[in-house]
Write a protein that binds this ligand. Sequence first.
Ligand SMILES: [Zn+2]
Length: 333
Amino acid sequence: MSFLKREYCCNLNRKVFFIVSFLFLLVFSVTVQAEKKLNVLTTTTSLKSLVESVAGDKVYVESITKGPQDPHFLSAKPSYMVKARKADLLIVAGLDLEVGWLPNIVHGARNPQIQKGQSGYLDASQFIKALSVPKGKVDRFFGDVHPFGNPHFILDPVRGVKVSKEIGQRLSLLDPENKKHYMENQKQFEKNIMEKMKAWERRIKNSGVTKIVTYHSSFEYFLDRFNLNLVGLIEEKPGIPPSVKHILQLIKKMKDTQSSCILMSSFYRNDKIKKIEKALPVRVETVSIEVGALKKAKNYELVIEGVVEAIENCGQFDKDKNTNKNKNKKGKN
Ligand SMILES: [Zn+2]
C-alpha cells in the first residue's frame, strides 16, 4: 500500500470513529434526557398518592413517613436527608404537622432547591383555610397543639382535590414538557373523586350516623365536609394520653348524646378505649388516615373509602342494637 493510500485509509477510519462516537453521544444524551424524571419527596403517603394520581410514571415519588407511622412524630434519620438532597420537589402538609422532624431533614440535606420560598418547596396547607386555629398564645401546657390550625385537611376529599391541583401546577412549572399529561391526569382524578363524593355523601347519610368520637383531631375536615358532629376527642390534650377523669367525662358525654361511633387512626389504639367499650355499647372502628396505614388503604381514594365504610359499620351496629332492644322489649311484653 502506498503512503497516500495508507493516509487516506487512516483519515477514513478517523472520520468513521468520530461519526460513530457522535451518534453514540447523541443517542446517549437523548436517552438520558428521556429518563430525566423529577424526584419528588413528600412528607406523607397521602401526598405521595396525590402525586402519583397527577404524575403517573413521569416522576419518581417517595414519602418520608410510611403509612403506619404517626406523621406527627419521626426521628430525622440521615437516610431521609440523602433523599431530600436528591429531591427536585419537596411537598409538605404544613401547618406544623412535620415541625418536630422536617426542619432537621431539610437542614441536613443542604439542597437549596427545596428550601421554603423556592419552586422546589410546596406547602399544601397554603391553599387550605385552616380549621381550629387557636386564639391567643399557644401554650405547650395544652399539649402538642397545632399552633396554626388543624393540619389534617387531606382527609377531606374536596380539599384533597384542591391540593392535587396545586401539585399539578407545580409539576408543570418544574417540568413544562409534561404539563399536558399532569393537567389531564389531575382533571381525571378530580372527576373521579367528585363522582365518588356523591356516593360517599349518600352512604354516610343512609348510615344514620351523625355523631362521632375520634382519638385525635385527625378527622375534623372530614367531619366538616360530611356534616358530621364531633362529640369529643379521646385524647385530653394533643399528643398526650387521656387521664381517667377525661375518659369518664367522655363516657358521660357519649351517653348523654347517645353516641356510639368511635373512629380511631390505626396508630392511636390503646387500652383507654377498652374502658369506654366496657362502659357503653360502642363501635370502635380502626381506620387509615394515611395511605398504607392499613393494608387495604392502597391509595388516597381507598383511604376515604375506608372511613366511609367505618361509618357504615357504625350505622349497622346502631341498627342491630335497636333491633335487639325491640326484640327484648317484645320478649318482656
Ligand atoms: Zn394532629
